[in-house]
Design a protein around this ligand. Structure first.
Ligand SMILES: Nc1ncnc2c1ncn2[C@@H]1O[C@H](COP(=O)(O)OP(=O)(O)OP(=O)(O)O)[C@@H](O)[C@H]1O
Length: 221
């Protein structure tokens, strides 16, 4: 099992001092190469769950295992290493670095973990139709092109798991479909697992399993 969540409980302290329980006894698991979609109303706790899995926040109780390693047994440094080498994050707002061109943006995480593979770089940029844009800067690209750069960046170091938060939230339906078709081909090719937050049933339909987060509980839908 690549990722396992056991009885995760998480509350957030509100500005008025009260605590809001966002996740109640959440259990789930994800295997290599598997894709799961996470749906739920705004405020239901989807981003909170992704942050816990990325090791950016702690659960109140319960355990998260990544590759059999329990997060609560690891130091911050060990969790940073997992986040850099084994995980990738893809966001709705792309988060490209404005002062770097497309090629350097794509290489950034792979550079950090010394995993630059030039053949794979060429493969990814061809498949994602970015070859003509490698010397362009993010502001010179359309939203769909920027998200394709973010996807190439997320894949180049061959992570085991990608966490995606509304990756097509800023794109129109046709562009979303084009981006997702290629994205899913590439993760299947690399046997990468995916957990994807989305509001779109069409995007969730790309995944093997769909979860609904409701009143703090995760229910298969
Ligand atoms: N750091 C925080 N401190 C206090 N409250 C928080 C914090 N993060 C999230 N919350 C609250 O927890 C609840 C869940 O938020 P979260 O962002 O996880 O929901 P979401 O399902 O991702 O929402 P959306 O679909 O709108 O992005 C919300 O009520 C939010 O206001």
């Amino acid at each position: 099992m690549l990722l396992q969540l056991e009885d995760i409980v998480k509350s957030h302290r509100q500005p008025n001092g009260e605590t809001l329980r966002v996740l109640s006894n959440v259990n789930m698991s994800l295997e290599r190469g598997e894709s799961q979609a996470l749906l739920g109303e705004s405020g239901s706790g989807k981003s909170t769950l992704l942050h816990l899995i990325a090791g950016l926040d702690h659960a109140d109780t319960g355990h998260i295992f990544f590759n059999q390693k329990r997060y609560s047994d690891l130091s911050d440094q060990q969790k940073n290493l997992i986040r850099r080498q084994e995980l990738s994050l893809i966001f709705q707002q792309y988060h490209l670095i404005a002062s770097l061109d497309v090629a350097d943006n794509i290489r950034i995480q792979a550079n950090l973990c010394n995993k630059i593979d030039e053949d794979y770089f060429t493969h990814l940029t061809k498949r994602l139709n970015l070859t003509k844009h490698l010397n362009h800067y993010p502001h010179q690209l359309s939203g769909g092109q920027q998200q394709r750069v973010a996807i190439a960046r997320a894949l180049l170091h061959r992570p085991k798991l990608i966490l995606a938060d509304e990756p097509t939230g800023n794109l129109d339906e046709t562009t979303s479909k084009l981006v997702m078709d290629t994205f899913f081909e590439l993760i299947q090719e690399n046997n990468t697992a995916l957990l994807m937050v989305t509001h779109s049933p069409a995007m969730a339909g790309y995944c093997d399993t769909q979860w609904q987060l409701h009143n703090g509980h995760l229910v298969r839908s």
